[in-house]
Design a protein around this ligand. Sequence first.
Ligand code: C6P
Length: 415
Amino acid sequence: MTTIMTDGLTADAVARIRQDFPVLDQLVNGRPLVYLDNAATTQKPRAVIDAISNYYLHNNSNVHRGVHTLSQRATDDFEAGREAIRRFINAPDAGEVIYVRGATEGLNLVANSYGRKYFKAGDEVIITGMEHHSNIVPWQILGQEIGIRLRVIPFNDDGELLMDEYERMLNDRTRLVSVVHQSNALGTVNPIETIAELAHARGVPVMVDAAQSIPHMPVDVQALGADFLTFSGHKMYGPTGIGILWGRADLLNDMPPYQSGGEMIRSVTFEETTYNVLPHKFEAGTPDIAGAIGLGAAVEYLEAIGMARISAYERALMRYGAERLSGIEGVRLIGTAAERGGILSFYMESAHAHDIGTILDAEGIAVRTGHHCAQPVMARYEVPATVRASLSFYNTTDEIDALIKGIDRVIEVFG
Ligand code: C6P
């Protein structure tokens, strides 16, 4: 079956885009690679690879430390990356854009700096039932150490949050709401604007885990009403080891440093240290300079395609895939929210997810199998694991068709 995708991007545009990703052009186990593991990490366009090589080939130097030409070039490119991110998420000020290792570090930074300063025993942090472990465990650790309580917004069988329950949960003890924008296990896109409105009505700030939304849809921190927002570079076509924590300047200014050392200080004596201004206060030590430059290139690449077009295309591809998968007997789609992005998570009674993944790999198809670092989601659906095909704008309906053929092969083997 061949369907021409016209939503967002034409087939010709996608064919051209694919040429930007050298890694896609290879055989895996004798078959053309079908890369459907984009929620784990996305592939890198040549523009990102070139920006990183260019830094090491021509400008390698430390940032903010040297008067020499190479250091100034490296600093300019490093700060240009920050400005690109500011523009991309519509942050009011580049000083609010902090380089971290990824979403995991962004969440840990807020838990350890904001949480340790403001939370006390009996306080409550609200999360959702569909969080990645990195938005569960840091709060649990604070629970053990400080005595805060974690409240969890449940969701229905489609994977949609029960907003009435959320409203009931908000109370005088709520200190923070920390929620995932798009679930990595279900694809659900949560109504952050409404969640933030309700929290703000009680003076409660909202942290958004945008790891899975930022590569796939326009994300505007001001329109969302976020107070903190974090994401990883490697899921948005940038390098690994770099990510962003954005936070409102007034909140960040009042927070203590998360790590300490070089760069984050203004002056040091043995008696006393004063801290640097934002964003440097939260960037102790030599940063991932090449990573930041690569991330800036990734942002420019995404902007050139356009996030609204990317979102429209990927959602159309997801709907096509969901329709085809739900037509197969024995396949149960996990995550069927009305508002969802390019995640196709499914379960088959007849075969373990890892065995399905192995059979698909033999066909050159890369998917993720397991609990996706979201074990409470697996528990909610009473499944041990799912197979997850996660989509990018470089994927095609032909690749969805290859996945469906691969599942036919699984059925041949396991029934
Ligand atoms: N999810 C996945 O395959 P890091 O590892 O810091 O780059 O991102 C953590 C993270 C946080 N929040 C969400 C919603 C995520 O999906 C992830 C990473 C990957 O689903 C790897 S477990």
